[in-house]
Design a protein around this ligand. Sequence first.
Ligand code: DLL
Length: 448
Amino acid sequence: MLFNPAIEQLPLPQLRKLQNARLREQVAYVQARVPFYQRKFAAAGIDAATFRGLEALTKLGFTKKTDFRDNYPFGLFAVPEHEVARLHCSSGTTGKATVVGYTAHDLEIFSEVVARSLVAAGCRPGMKLQNAYGYGLFTGGLGIHYGAEKLGLTVIPVSGGSTDRQLQLLQDFRPEILCATPSYAQVLAEEIHRRGIAPEAINLRYAALGAEPWTEAIRQQVEAGLHVQATNIYGLSEILGPGISQEDVDERGTGSYLWEDHFYPEIVDRETGEPVPAGELGVLVLSTLTKKAMPILRYWTGDITNLYYDHSVKRTHVKMGPIRGRADDMLIIRGVNFFPTQVEDIISGLAHISPYYQVVATRRGSLDEVAVNVEVAESLLRELGLYAPLTDELVQQHDYLRQLQGTFAKKIKDNIGLSMRVNLLSHGQLPRSEGGKLSHVQDLREVK
Ligand code: DLL
């Protein structure tokens, strides 16, 4: 089953034609309504009346996160405030929130692409979906919620956290689908194992995981622990929210379909901003083609990935590889480039370490120093009878924790080639944003 076969299987030449027409319309729309784009177009010598569509797109320059901050809160809106039906925010754990707005029409499209995504993830009308993405200003909760309703699912809007309640509902309501961040899905899998909950007690079949980078190793753990088929769902508030791209459950590991009729993707070189050769890695840049409240052209997502067409498959839309990191997350430490996902790969091979970690870079004199702060699995601390927040002193007093710290540091050194200090923490010690995410990198060095 496809949610919208006519569009999802639209032959490429027609899809391009549709994108071209929509892009030209969107360019004319922002030129008439958004001072930020009026200024940008004037500076680049662009006029909607003569704009040639996709082939001229790169002339537009980029829209960046700072443009949202500079126009806080409503400066990028293309409609009067009373036409905005909903507001969301993309809030990091630091800094001013990024505000995004939607008209009723935008919310319809939001639900449509999420419904398409959920079908690709394995959902069928009549199934029940437990939604463990945070409800609130974060786009994950409500975004999935309305798409699931549009598809005809029964939604269990439990929101993030409260592991006891999540597990209770999984057993009592017996949903077939779980939507959660991959790290929270790992926590649930671990708790099910620890509590000895029998596989038959839970009826899950599918999990749509996203909102943060994850790896094949995490997929295997979640699939084995929750007895599901786990797919990737990607999105970002500035462009919409979840549902910009989604992996098909039968094509797991081959990339996520990006819904090209509403979002036009490009991959550019992180240094030069120029398009990279087809299929190569670079920064994902997205343009909205149909948004009314807050149309955004050439948004620099900062997410590193690649795009390719896979002609042997169910849909015609382009596929996006997994997010390999963020352009601004990459750290150069004593000359070595590394992405925090490399630390994540090591974590997924270690018992008793949770997926919650943060890499902190500092500089002492002219020397870079890196610490990895990571939360230990709750179950281990309970076994050790440790209920107070972990401190280095406590870690040194417990042989097992000291060894765990040493093993982790050694693996980092062996695999990444850098010495990093490992700080073990208790669950909840690292700061999370409202969406339950935590930023995996903090670069506190003065000279970058
Ligand atoms: O995280 C929207 C979302 C909600 C997506 C639920 C999927 C599921 P933001 O809070 O604006 O929006 O954060 C967007 O999160 O630029 C990526 O860096 C990261 N991200 C989102 N999905 C994925 C994914 C939501 N599947 C930022 N894989 C994006 C890797 C992801 N990173």
